[in-house]
Design a protein around this ligand. Structure first.
Ligand SMILES: Cc1ncc(COP(=O)(O)O)c(C=O)c1O
Length: 365
């Protein structure tokens, strides 16, 4: 037995297991795509919240890192000098923590309101720290982002005029586009037209952006259809998940993250019960179509169909996998980022070796 399989046999389940060669291959593929299209990659670390995985992304050529929380920024400052907070910087506590990030760090913040601008400007003045700003625009998701070219030029103009802020451009997140690549053409075109309108208004106002930050994993391979885009923040692509498989963004072999679980009961005929419930897999419905909460890569016709907190129910198929109590099985969760957020550690496999890694940027402290 290799040390890796010994560890996997011995470790308490449920536990998150990550395959390092697959992570490296996923990172390489994104970096190559970006190089081909003249884009920078600034991956969102919310997917993994891990210093070790961030190092792999930076080694593959990531320009810097994107974060959502002060905690993620503080932790990631250990491995990068370039952090983008892609979340509205609202609230004194959040601002204070940002201003206390190491001085060597180039900090850029996305915002979509005058309130955010004024709070950030005041904090940056008080801390005597220059902060870069991207004004967020909404290309159709309907979550955050200014809605019209007029709102954009007004807010970008205010940022550019502020002595303590550095206007660096705009940011969008095409999170509403969740179709297979072949069925995305229309919605990507619509969003790209909207982006054009925003960019044209900035050009007319003398506010042409140096940075146009976009990207998601569902639109990963169509990012270059957004004219003017300079960087992508795609994050889920480092691990992938069942949602991304259903969208055809990745192949089963590109799923780097699984939950290793143990069969704890087969008492009810026709089903196996595993120890991975909603507290390990996360009770996220597929955002594409389909049922269940996870897929079994070693038994591709099976899914986890129902969850309690500590139980996952797997309906079995006639003549197929017939597990015994105590058997172990891997599950690809529907939405990997939320599953990661529930874990205390990762078992990272690299060929014959296995190591436990902390997930440093979890939580708020
Ligand atoms: C603002 C922002 N940027 C980038 C991303 C990364 O997108 P994905 O996880 O689809 O790669 C997200 C994901 O939620 C996001 O909210």
């Amino acid at each position: 037995l290799s040390p890796a399989s010994e560890l996997l046999d011995a470790i308490e389940t449920p536990v998150a297991v990550v395959d390092a060669p697959t992570v490296r291959a996923n990172a390489r593929r994104v970096a190559e795509y970006c190089a081909r299209h003249g884009l920078a990659w600034r991956p969102h670390v919310k997917t993994h919240k891990s210093l070790g995985i961030a190092r792999i992304q930076l080694e593959a050529g990531a320009r810097g890192l994107t974060v959502a929380t002060p905690r993620e920024a503080e932790v990631m400052a250990e491995v990068t000098d370039d952090v983008l907070l892609a979340y509205p910087p609202i609230g004194r506590e959040r601002l204070q923590r940002l201003m206390h990030l190491p001085e060597r760090l180039s900090l850029t913040v996305a915002l979509d309101s005058r309130e955010a601008l004024r709070g950030l400007a005041a904090a940056s003045r008080e801390a005597a720290r220059e902060v870069g700003v991207l004004v967020e625009v909404d290309l159709g998701m309907g979550r955050v982002g200014v809605q019209t070219p007029e709102e954009l030029t007004a807010l970008a103009g205010e940022v550019a005029a502020d002595g303590s802020l550095d206007y660096r451009g705009i940011l969008f997140y095409p999170g509403h586009i969740r179709a297979r690549a072949s069925e995305q053409v229309r919605s990507v075109e619509e969003a790209a037209v909207r982006l054009d309108t925003f960019l044209a208004a900035l050009d007319r106002s003398g506010l042409s952006p140096a940075t146009v930050s976009g990207g998601s994993t569902p639109t990963l391979w169509t990012s270059h259809h957004f004219g003017g885009i300079t960087e992508i923040r795609s994050g889920t692509c480092i691990y992938n998940d069942r949602d991304m498989l259903e969208l055809g963004v990745c192949d089963p072999a590109d799923c780097a993250y699984t939950i290793l679980a143990t069969v704890v009961s087969t008492s009810v005929r026709g089903q196996a019960v595993i120890d991975a419930g909603s507290k390990a897999l996360a009770k996220e419905s597929l955002r594409t179509v389909g049922d269940g909460f996870g897929w079994l890569p070693d038994h591709p016709d099976l899914v986890v169909s129902a969850l309690s907190e500590e139980h996952g129910i797997i309906p079995l198929k006639e003549g197929g996998w017939n597990p015994r109590v105590g058997d172990r099985v891997r599950v690809v969760p529907n939405h990997v980022c939320v599953s990661v957020n529930l874990q205390d550690r990762l078992v990272v496999l690299d060929g014959d070796t296995a190591e436990c890694w902390p997930i440093e940027a979890r939580g708020r402290l």
